[in-house]
Design a protein around this ligand. Structure first.
Ligand SMILES: Nc1ncnc2c1ncn2[C@@H]1O[C@H](COP(=O)(O)OP(=O)(O)OP(=O)(O)O)[C@@H](O)[C@H]1O
Ligand SMILES: [Mg+2]
Length: 279
């Protein structure tokens, strides 16, 4: 068997706050193959962001290991790029400068030839065009819509050709139409560049549409509850969302989230709420 791109083994993460201990992750195990697209779903607080941050090297594990291509990670690396819900662009740089910035930093550190610099420039231009940002290349982030800012953040993450892209609710703030465009774009790029994706979302339809496998997590303690194979071909189109398989899987995952969320529609409590006088 080939070496997994990401191997998560017996991962635990505890946070101490005062005399309280939160078990954010308990014995998480997951193997992700090269070029695989895996989405993480689950009730709020089940440890999705924590897991992603540990894989990104931004947070240490309490115990257990994360390996990339067979080597345990010890911090962030150029092989892993992250995109968050709130696009962390540099406000004082233009769109083009934001996209090229990290690459330039790396090139200053490396011994780069002028051919390398030229190739990087070509990649930046291609990404700008692919993301539909050609007309705002010289604009600053505060002059862009949310969807445009997120496309800049994604272009910047892709600039260094990361083997792994880690995304935490990257499209959470976008409207439904822009999200659909972004879904097809990210799928296209991931197939083209054979990027391995670990992607957190609250949206089950998004989770299924994008992924080869959907990982359902559950809270208290944060853990991996179930893993679902998505029965769709690699090349997706929006019509697949209406197929029997898609709808059945969506129903199954939604039921799983509901069963583990700890939130209930308790009729007695709701009645109590309705009867209590408002002050
Ligand atoms: N820095 C921290 N200090 C203390 N507790 C933390 C910290 N970060 C996360 N937690 C706790 O760990 C648990 C998992 O948090 P996490 O942010 O990973 O959840 P999540 O699944 O991403 O939730 P959401 O869907 O709301 O984003 C929660 O109980 C949270 O309160
Ligand atoms: Mg989160």
């Amino acid at each position: 068997m080939s070496i997994p791109r990401i191997q998560i083994e017996a991962l635990d993460k505890r946070f101490e706050t005062g005399d309280c201990e939160v078990i954010a992750l308990q014995d998480a195990n997951l193997s992700i193959a090269p070029a695989e697209f895996v989405t993480l779903v689950g009730a709020s607080g089940c440890g999705k962001s924590t897991l992603l941050r540990i894989v990104g090297g931004l947070e240490p594990a309490s115990s257990g290991t994360v390996s990339v291509d067979g080597k345990p990670i010890s911090g962030p690396g150029i092989d892993r790029a992250m995109v968050f819900q709130h696009y962390s662009l540099y406000p004082w740089l233009t769109v083009t400068e934001n996209i090229k910035f990290c690459r330039q930093l790396k090139m200053h550190r490396d011994v780069s030839t002028s051919a390398d610099v030229e190739a990087a420039g070509g990649r930046a231009d291609a990404l700008i065009r692919l993301m539909g940002l050609g007309h705002v290349m010289q604009a600053y982030p505060n002059q862009l819509s949310g969807g445009m800012q997120q496309r800049v953040a994604i272009a910047r993450a892709l600039m260094a050709r990361p083997r792994i892209l880690l995304m935490d609710e990257p499209f959470g703030a976008l409207d439904a139409q822009t999200r659909e465009v972004m879904h097809d774009l990210i799928l296209h790029v991931s197939i083209l560049e054979k990027t391995t994706l670990l992607f957190v979302t609250h949206d089950v339809e998004e989770a299924i549409y994008l992924a080869h496998r959907v990982v359902l997590m559950a809270p208290r303690p944060g853990r991996i509850e179930a893993i679902y194979e998505v029965p769709l071909p690699d090349h997706r189109d929006q019509d697949m969302k209406q197929t029997q398989e898609f709808l059945a899987l969506k129903k199954q995952i939604l039921a799983g989230i509901r069963a583990t969320s700890g939130m209930q529609t308790d009729h007695d409590l709701l009645e109590q709420l309705g009867n209590a006088p408002a002050h």
